[in-house]
Write a protein of this length. Structure first.
Lengths: 147, 156
């Protein structure tokens, strides 16, 4: 299989605990990966458009996969998702929603905009770590990500 | 860990009879409730999704929650089929995962551009295929919340 050597995964998540858990889960993954974080939708869009502190492509490489929280301050994930999928240069990056929201409306709208999975965060830390591990395993082991 | 409460219907479009059989066997090895159905090319896939012709009966041919799509098929290929699925508001919510022998960079990029929810290169051995199918199930059935047409259905 032709795989990106070290896929870049960008996680947009405002909760520091969840960022830490994701870091733990991905560091235990059997496949090489590089997990980076932004903390809200404004930072996410600045990162993707290489604005401000994200101007250096070496420091802020284009991600192969985006993990997106829906409820974040400043610009939420719904808005960021719509912008990503409306941009011809960004839309090919798979976006997986990882959120506490169970609302059917969020599920339907996210798929309508083109997400590659919608995951409701399990309530426990262990559950969340396991879900992120399985997510990481699927995308890093089985799937060819777009360069 | 939680999973979708309803049995998940997976529809695979694949023209190769051997591959259909192998995928069916790989899914049968799983302990997760699922229902895998097959169509043999893009024309059949679109007819199925529109419940046209022999696919009128929605009990026999339920709307799929996930589509596995081969790219190289006769009559209408997967590239054409995914474009039509993603252009139609009735079908665009259903995630489409490409499962193909093609490793062409152009196919990977174009598939994601059109809205594929993953691109998997078919492994050559049955053992590796079982692993891929298990990965699809763990992700799409066990951890992902799939879109359901009837809102009551998506309750867990």
């Amino acid at each position: 299989m032709t795989k990106a050597k070290t896929p870049i995964i960008l996680m947009a998540e405002d909760d520091a605990d969840d960022r830490l858990l994701a870091q733990d889960a991905f560091s235990e993954c059997d496949f090489p990966n590089h997990l980076l974080f932004v903390e809200d939708g404004v930072e996410l869009m600045n990162y993707l458009y290489r604005r401000d502190k994200y101007a250096d492509p070496k420091q802020s490489p284009r991600p192969h996969l985006i993990l997106l929280d829906l409820n974040m301050p400043r610009k939420d994930g719904r808005e960021a998702l719509a912008e990503i999928k409306a941009d011809a240069s960004l839309r090919r990056i798979p976006v997986v929603v990882l959120t506490t929201s169970k609302a059917d409306e969020d599920v339907r709208r996210s798929y309508d905009l083109g997400v590659a999975g919608y995951i409701t965060k399990p309530g426990s830390f262990e559950g969340l770590i396991e879900a992120i591990k399985m997510l990481g395993k699927y995308w890093l082991e089985s799937v060819e990500l777009p360069e | 860990m939680y999973h979708n409460a309803q049995p998940i219907t997976i529809l695979m479009a694949e023209d190769d009879a051997d591959d259909r059989m192998l995928v069916k066997e790989a899914f049968a090895e799983s302990h997760i409730a699922n229902n895998i159905l097959f169509v043999e090319d893009g024309v059949e896939l679109l007819e199925y999704l529109r419940h046209q012709g022999k696919y009128k009966d929605t009990d026999l041919y339920p709307d799929p929650h996930l589509i596995l799509l081969d790219l190289n098929m006769p009559r209408k290929d997967g590239r054409e089929a995914i474009k039509e699925i993603k252009a139609n508001p009735e079908t665009r919510k259903t995630p489409v995962v490409i499962l193909t022998t093609s490793t062409a960079e152009e196919d990977i990029l174009r598939s994601y551009d059109i809205g594929a929810a993953g691109y998997i290169t078919k492994p050559v051995t049955f053992e590796a295929l079982v692993k891929v199918v298990r990965g699809i199930e763990e992700y799409w059935i066990q951890i992902v919340r799939l879109p359901f047409k009837d809102s009551k259905e998506s309750r867990k």
